[in-house]
Design a binder for this molecule. Structure first.
Ligand SMILES: C[S@@+](CC[C@H](N)C(=O)[O-])C[C@H]1O[C@@H](n2cnc3c(N)ncnc32)[C@H](O)[C@@H]1O
Length: 230
């Protein structure tokens, strides 16, 4: 589907469907782990206490890629329930492989568009935290409309967070960082946790990725933003 037809048949998405083969290890992990950890989109909502087999604070990560941060954070915080959403199949396989290797059980995964999961499956005021790390920056100006962090999506995330819940964003693309800040500042009902009213230092809760370590050596910047629902 080209961009023009997509516009008329459906809303503009923040991702393009990529082909991608799972490695043997990812495919095997998927087969073993999906029955226990995989969740399907449901139009009439999901009871997450039931899905996890216990009530606990819910942390949601959108676009977890290969799931490195997600698995590490879930492991370090066993008293919370972690939900990951990713559309890319090999990423889902890689995440489940890692979760299995690390013995992480407080994790459930959707392979679906995060916008639809938030709209249809997640109850209002139910999430303790939402994290979106390094979302696709869509560098070209004519593609900026595809960026995940835009007013409507921020309003949707606001509705799903509990009062006092945290939205944590990170990007390595300065223009997107500025865009994120501008969008957040234009929205009601958020307190910026930055002392300067812009960015926060990387909190220890967000693991440093290999990609980021390399970037740091090359002098590239990373911008973290944290907002609390007031
Ligand atoms: C640039 S990658 C970053 C991955 C990871 N967070 C990291 O830091 O390495 C962005 C990811 O978001 C996923 N993504 C983009 N839009 C999405 C959506 N609407 N729902 C779920 N995943 C999405 C993409 O498939 C991609 O894997």
């Amino acid at each position: 589907m080209n961009e023009q037809t997509e516009k008329f048949t459906h809303r503009i998405r923040s991702f393009v469907k990529r082909e991608g083969r799972l490695t043997k290890g990812q495919a095997a992990a998927l087969e073993r782990q999906w029955p226990g950890k995989g969740l399907q989109h449901q139009a009439d909502g999901i009871d997450f206490d039931k899905a996890f087999g216990r009530p606990a604070p819910l942390v949601l990560e959108i676009g977890f890629g290969m799931g490195h941060s997600l698995v590490e954070m879930a492991k370090a915080d066993p008293d919370s329930n972690y939900i990951g959403i990713e559309v890319h199949g090999p990423g889902v396989g890689a995440c489940l492989m890692e979760a299995e290797a690390q013995g992480v059980e407080n994790l459930r995964i959707f392979q679906h568009d995060a916008v639809e999961i938030l709209q249809d499956c997640v109850a209002d005021e139910s999430l303790a935290k939402i994290q979106v790390f390094f979302p696709d920056p869509w560098h070209k100006k004519r593609h900026h409309k595809r960026r995940l962090i835009r007013p409507e999506f921020v309003q949707l995330m606001h509705a799903k967070l509990q009062h006092g819940g945290i939205l944590h964003l990170a990007t390595d693309w300065e223009n997107y960082a500025e865009h994120m800040l501008e969008v957040m500042q234009g929205e009601q009902g958020w307190d910026n946790l930055s002392a300067n009213g812009d960015y926060v230092p990387r909190p220890d809760s967000r693991p440093l990725t290999k990609f980021e370590q390399r970037g740091q050596r090359l002098g590239h910047g990373v911008w973290d933003l944290q907002f609390k629902k007031s």
